[in-house]
Design a protein around this ligand. Structure first.
Ligand code: ZN
Length: 347
């Protein structure tokens, strides 16, 4: 399967943090042909292992399977659903979105309700409507019918967006943060020849709510090197200053120098830069972005694990639909494979 097909399947699947089952099943299936063993740990992380020689360095790749989303909080007497937010969601992007409520009885389509402009007062139009004033309309007549349809408190809700290719190498879709990292990881495992590293390809859970899955997986694996495969904010769009988001789509994967949770270990940063330059892979360097990745937690495991981040520049992350270049994803795969070859020699 090509990386674009893997990404399409993973992007269309539901994986609101803590409810990653659909993505997990795909990850197991996609990793299996390219590793010696796939297993799920106690918290739910999916770990694919490619064994190296005995006493070879252990490398942990981490790509998170979860996405931001909503959870049903209350079902009103009239059958409308109020919700809690999971992960960093800007209230302004919720209004009028098509969503899917994932119930035990199956998915239900709905709309985040809004007041039509015809009946809004002048001052209402200028105000941001916070998420707790919003509701999901699933077309139920009342609470009883909503329950019969299968809705329960705590059901996850995701955005109803289908993957699409809109240009030669440009795609749009849901949850590219971090299904593109998952796709890069699978593709890298596929292309990786037997190395003298033992490589753990970990699909982590609950990253968006505090890097939780990576914390437990790294404790168990206790790698010599950690690399998070994730996305970063791609600027270069109207209204975004270069100093706010200097990384650009189509200019190669981004290597984190430092973010809120990680200062990349100098040895790892050097190794990643050398791997890119020796293989003529374009790359960008990034620092000062608020937020962090699984690498932050991996790096603080036990007595410390030198860690770094390879990100695919992605526009409009943490919104219902985002955009990226397949060429950047492809270069992230090449860089991951090249980096692991170097780790085998350097560690
Ligand atoms: Zn992410």
């Amino acid at each position: 399967m090509k990386i674009v097909e893997t990404l399409e399947k993973l992007s269309n699947a539901c994986g609101v943090a803590g409810r990653e089952d659909e993505v997990k099943n795909l990850m197991k299936k996609f990793l299996k042909p390219h590793v010696d063993e796939v297993r799920e740990d106690k918290l739910g992380n999916i770990i694919g292992t490619k064994k190296g020689k005995k006493k070879s360095p252990k490398v942990m790749l981490a790509a998170h399977m979860d996405e931001i989303g909503l959870l049903v909080k209350t079902i009103s007497k009239k059958g409308f659903l109020q919700f809690a937010k999971i992960g960093g969601i800007d209230d302004r992007i919720l209004l009028a979105q098509k969503v899917i409520v994932y119930t035990e009885k199956g998915p239900l389509h709905g709309i985040v309700g809004s007041k039509p402009p015809h009946i809004q007062k002048e001052e209402e139009r200028k105000k941001i409507i916070t998420y707790d004033q919003l509701f999901i309309d699933i077309g139920a007549e009342n609470q009883e019918e909503a329950r019969k349809m299968g809705v329960k408190i705590g059901d996850p809700v995701g955005f109803d967006i289908k993957f699409a290719r809109i240009g030669k190498d440009i795609v749009i879709g849901k949850a590219f943060d971090d299904r593109v990292g998952c796709s890069v990881m699978i593709e890298a495992m596929k292309r990786m020849e037997k190395t003298s590293c033992t490589v753990y390809a970990v699909g982590t859970v609950q990253e968006e709510v505090g890097l939780r899955g990576a914390t437990t997986a790294a404790f168990e694996i206790y790698p010599d090197v950690g690399i998070a495969l994730d996305v970063t904010v791609a600027g270069g769009v109207p209204g975004v200053k270069e100093v706010e988001a200097p990384i650009r789509m189509r200019e190669g994967p981004s290597l984190t120098v430092a973010d809120t949770g990680l200062i990349t270990h100098p040895k790892i940063l050097r190794l990643l830069i050398d791997a890119a330059e020796e293989n003529k892979i374009p790359y960008q360097l990034e620092t000062g972005l608020p937020g962090s990745t699984d690498a932050a937690r991996i790096s603080l495991t036990r007595e410390g694990v030198p860690s770094g981040v390879i990100s695919v520049p992605t526009r409009y992350i943490h919104s219902p639909a985002s955009m990226l270049s397949l060429k950047d994803a492809e270069d992230a795969v090449k860089l991951t494979v090249a980096a692991i070859q170097k780790i085998a020699k350097a560690f």
